[in-house]
Design a protein. Structure first.
Length: 462
């Protein structure tokens, strides 16, 4: 049986024949039923675009049939035109309130019937086109605007565990994030919430991602990046549109945070839960906003929670918001469990609180946890100038460049390393050329270098 097209549910055979004759000009599939049950069966099998429904059927009330059709997953998008001999306004208003797209009074003129059905067929065609575009937008968003695999990989390389949760309000979410790797031990995370939903929100988000990609090596300040984004989008967005955003640079033991209208990120240290209160105007609203950088120390096992306002503004059936206080209580209670269980607890409590209430906004969150520092590394080096020289070059490339961010401190760390090894070589080579040099190093807030060599030992810090 062909799908789509028109389904007529009417017990009057004359009406059915008349509809078939008049609507044949539209060249779409046509089906008809004389009872409600037969109509349900046909609607289920052919998923019509348009249903012409008699308000007075022999086996069911037309309004009950309308409700059942609108509740059916395969039919709820069909446009229903009520056929009625009733002329009172109350009947017509009730039909429209309960989901009918239009109504036609019997007896009807042929041109009126064809015109109304044709308009709704065109509307349904437009809906299908939009649905395909949204599906494409959702796929692009999942790949480019919420790249979870890139997020996990980028932050794993920088010593962070990550858990995410996202529940879009529509097929294309207004929430998005963008992870960026600066080097082996530092990375950034842009978390944005575009006002609105659908393709327009996705296009704005894609523009931001493209701009961020070109800014990676522009400067070392998230506040400057937000400023540049605001300048780029100034005058482009409608007056009622803006982007709330938060941009964070994660370094070895510090994060640098700048905010543009997002809910304050939360830092969880043990059972202590504290907002990082950095404010700023949303992007795209003001020509000369001012964004600040906040430097926040991050220790092993510290957690950072970033979330969209849809989380705390989600409502239950009584109109009560989920709220910050409820979120903070969950964070305090789950400080001793894994990051995955903490996020699961937030989601579980949110769903329990909202019940069957429809979400009015996207809900997104990203939770990060700083991994434990690396243990001491021990290396044995032959006590020759050639071996020491090769080791210094490898240490500079793999350790100093990876863990130290500024040229000034890199130069100092290299100086300390050379001094340590030079002293070790002097002591070892003069007394026993076959004696190896043992270098022990660790990375925490600083790089610590030790070289135990019998009674000749050295220790230094860079």
């Amino acid at each position: 049986m062909p799908t789509g097209g028109i389904l007529v549910i009417d017990d009057n055979k004359v009406i059915r024949r008349l509809c078939e004759s008049l609507l044949s000009i539209l060249n779409v599939p046509y089906n008809e039923a004389k009872t409600a049950e037969e109509g349900f069966h046909l609607a289920d099998s052919c998923s019509p675009d348009i249903i012409l429904l008699d308000i007075c059927l022999p086996d069911a009330d037309g309004f009950e049939v309308l409700k059942r059709l609108k509740d059916h997953s395969l039919v709820r998008k069909s446009h229903i035109i009520m056929l009625t001999s009733e002329s009172d306004i109350e009947t017509i208003v009730r039909a429209l309130k309960e989901g009918a797209s239009d109504y036609i009074r019997k007896p009807f003129a042929g041109r009126e019937l064809v015109a109304r059905v044709k308009n709704l067929l065109l509307h349904r065609q437009s809906e299908r086109t939009i649905a395909k575009d949204l599906a494409t937008g959702a796929a692009l968003q999942q790949k480019f605007l919420t790249p979870e695999t890139d997020l996990l990989t980028t932050f794993a390389n920088c010593g962070y565990h990550v858990q995410t949760y996202s529940r879009p309000y529509a097929s294309v979410s207004g929430d998005f994030f963008y992870p960026v790797s600066f080097n082996d031990c530092s990375c950034g995370l842009f978390f944005g919430d575009t006002c609105g939903h659908g393709l327009s929100a996705a296009l704005i988000s894609m523009r931001i991602i493209g701009s961020l990609h070109t800014m990676v090596y522009a400067n070392n300040s998230p506040a400057n990046h937000l400023q540049l984004l605001n300048e780029d989008l100034q005058g482009v967005l409608p007056k009622d549109r803006f982007i709330a955003a938060c941009y964070i640079f994660f370094m070895q033991d510090t994060m640098i945070l700048s905010n543009a209208g997002q809910p304050y990120p939360v830092k969880i240290s043990g059972s202590k839960v504290k907002e990082i209160r950095v404010g700023g105007y949303p992007i795209g609203q003001f020509s000369e906003p001012w964004y600040n950088n906040e430097f926040v120390p991050v220790n092993s096992s510290d957690r950072i929670l970033i979330y969209s306002d849809g989380l705390i503004e989600a409502q239950n059936r009584d109109g009560e918001c989920f709220g910050r206080e409820r979120l903070f209580q969950i964070l305090s209670k789950t400080s001793g469990v894994t990051l995955k269980k903490m996020v699961a607890a937030i989601v579980r409590e949110l769903e329990k609180f909202c019940g069957n209430t429809q979400y009015e906004d996207d809900v997104s969150l990203i939770a990060l946890e700083k991994s434990s520092p690396k243990t001491d590394n021990r290396t044995s080096i032959p006590n020759t100038q050639h071996a020491i020289g090769e080791f210094i070059e490898q240490f500079k490339k793999r350790i100093i460049k990876k863990y130290i961010l500024t040229d000034k401190h890199r130069d100092y760390a290299e100086y300390v390393l050379i001094e340590c090894l030079d002293n070790a070589w002097e002591h070892g080579n003069k007394r026993d050329p076959d004696l190896s040099i043992t270098l022990i190093w660790s990375v925490s807030e600083v790089i610590r270098i030790r070289f135990p060599l019998g009674k000749y030992q050295g220790k230094n810090t860079a």
